[in-house]
Design a protein around this ligand. Structure first.
Ligand SMILES: Nc1ncnc2c1ncn2[C@@H]1O[C@H](COP(=O)(O)OP(=O)(O)OP(=O)(O)O)[C@@H](O)[C@H]1O
Ligand SMILES: [Mg+2]
Length: 505
């Protein structure tokens, strides 16, 4: 057997109130793609941040070795110099700089005069993107790109410094299936070029296909290890991750579908990047009480843009919205909330949280009126409801007074979901509700969504995971080229019929 390229021994990392990693050891071998798996808050990102120097030597116990050399990274620059490149779970690009500036950030080539050689910057950035087989304008500001495009830029940036070890923390959560496929090919290609990878993802089928071996963490501890050559068993792996048996993934609740609650007619929405173009041209549909309506379409079909305009986050440029029997001329988020419409946005960084608040405060933001009396918050009511959701969604934190910023990515998502689940709604719009959420909690969220529908609440759901969309929804609207390409009933909808309609063939 070869010697490992990376050895992590007995790592323990404590934060106030939490032991994020408890005596974890693992090895990474040359040319290997190793998955690190575990539920939200298991300690995966913390371990990667130690390897990438974000948590410097001295802030943890244990040892890291690259081949035989002991590593004591003082900062990310040291880790990068040792050959480790990292793609973070939360996108961390400079939004106002161009694509090229981001890819080469801090490593700009210089002219003989010592000035930045801009021509070279753009050329190198173009070459880096070409390696990923993607076409992105290197002169465009990163802010103008979709989340998936931004992710590809950060991958190009990581590869630019020719790493020996590449760490990817949930790289595909914002990618489409096709982009994910491309990324897998790229990683297999890198494997042949002698680069080893550590890969974190909550998507089991993706990990089964890609990774040679997997290590499972739970509550900061090493639990088990499986290799592809032995064959992966998903039931066993899920049980190791969540520490209990998972009965049903998609629970069914008996319900009745009632009368129409919302309808749009001839909706037209501006394209977010291409000035003067419409991403939604002419779309009409309605949703009924107790119904879960799936909005399907390829990335770029305008699903998120459409629901943002319905909620009033952005303006529509044409069309009419009816809600609860009334025509709504200028929807705004405030008005939508008042009418009983909730919206879980796909971009939680921009539209989800108040970063200075704790878990409880963030959860109860949308129900302050209901839990207040005479202008003061009724503490015992706030406690009761926030306790209930804190437990139900198994939010991993020392307590609910923990700041939202110190939660793991998936646990932050759970807090926003709780915020909307507590509200007395008539319509809930969910844009990628389970992105970055572990399997056990996914099942819990599906149950909560079904319970809401059973109470007569209408739900519009967007998800890039087709099996999830198909299992959850009663009816499907497939968008493509700015219009409705197909409307499918539950019995006619499967992956093939939806994909065929979405790709407008
Ligand atoms: N800066 C911090 N301060 C306090 N606690 C933290 C901090 N960062 C992480 N934690 C805690 O450490 C634990 C592990 O978090 P980590 O982000 O490593 O989880 P994860 O496995 O990456 O989860 P996810 O799948 O949700 O991304 C969690 O309980 C988290 O709340
Ligand atoms: Mg994480």
């Amino acid at each position: 057997m070869q010697n490992p390229i990376l050895t992590v021994s007995h790592i323990t990392k404590r934060f106030t109130g939490t032991t994020a990693l408890d005596n974890v050891s693992l090895e990474l071998y040359p040319q290997e793609i190793l998955a690190v798996m575990g539920e939200n808050g298991a300690g995966k990102s913390t371990l990667m941040k130690i390897l990438s120097g974000i948590y410097p030597y001295g802030s943890y116990d244990g040892e890291i070795k690259i081949q035989d050399t002991l590593c004591r990274f003082k900062s990310p620059a040291y880790s990068e110099a040792a050959g480790i490149a990292m793609i973070y779970q939360e996108l961390n690009l400079e939004l106002d700089l161009t694509v090229a500036e981001n890819i080469l950030l801090g490593r700009y080539p210089k002219t003989k005069m010592g000035l930045i050689n801009w021509e070279q910057v753009y050329q190198d950035a173009g070459a880096a993107l070409e390696r990923l087989q993607v076409k992105i304008d290197v002169h465009a500001p990163v802010r103008s790109l979709s989340p998936s495009m931004q992710q590809l830029v950060s991958i190009a940036r990581a590869l630019y410094c020719n790493p020996k070890i590449l760490i990817l923390d949930e790289p595909t959560s914002v990618l489409t299936e096709k982009e994910t496929e491309t990324l897998m090919q790229i990683l297999h290609g890198l494997q042949k070029q002698n680069i080893a990878c550590i890969y974190i993802s909550h998507k089991l089928d993706e990990v089964f296909k890609l990774c040679d071996r997997m290590v499972i963490l739970r509550d900061g501890k090493w639990i088990s290890e499986y290799s592809k050559s032995q064959g992966y068993q998903s039931t066993r792996i899920i049980e190791d991750m969540i520490g209990r048996r998972l009965d049903v993934m998609y629970p069914k609740t008996k319900k009745k579908i009632g009368e129409e609650i919302m309808r749009i007619e001839h909706f037209c929405v501006q394209h977010p990047f291409a000035y003067g173009k419409h991403i939604i041209e002419d779309v009409s549909f309605s949703v009924r009480k107790g119904e879960i309506l799936g909005l399907a379409g390829l990335v770029g079909a305008g699903r998120s843009e459409l629901v943002s305009a319905i909620y009033g986050l952005t303006d529509s440029i044409g069309g009419t919205l009816y809600f609860d029997g009334k025509k709504i001329t200028h929807p705004t988020p405030e008005r939508s909330i008042r009418m009983g419409m909730g919206f879980l946005s796909e971009d939680r960084k921009k539209n989800g949280f108040v970063w200075t608040m704790d878990i409880e405060q963030n959860m109860t933001l949308a129900i302050l009126k209901e839990i207040s009396q005479g202008g003061f918050i009724n503490q015992s009511r706030e406690d009761k409801i926030s306790d209930e959701y804190f437990d139900r969604l198994r939010i991993k934190a020392p307590d609910k007074k923990t700041l939202i910023t110190s939660l793991s990515g998936g646990n932050q998502q759970k807090v926003i979901i709780a915020k909307w689940l507590m509200t007395k709604l008539k319509l809930l719009i969910l844009d990628e509700p389970t992105r970055g959420i572990d399997v056990g909690t996914k099942a819990e969220i599906y149950k909560l969504i079904n319970d809401l529908a059973a109470q007569g609440i209408a739900v519009i759901m967007i998800s890039s995971e087709l099996p999830e969309l198909i299992a959850m929804c009663d009816r499907f609207i497939v968008l493509g080229k700015g219009v409705v390409q197909a409307e499918l009933s539950k019995k006619d909808a499967d992956e093939v019929s939806i994909m065929r309609a979405a790709s407008c063939t």
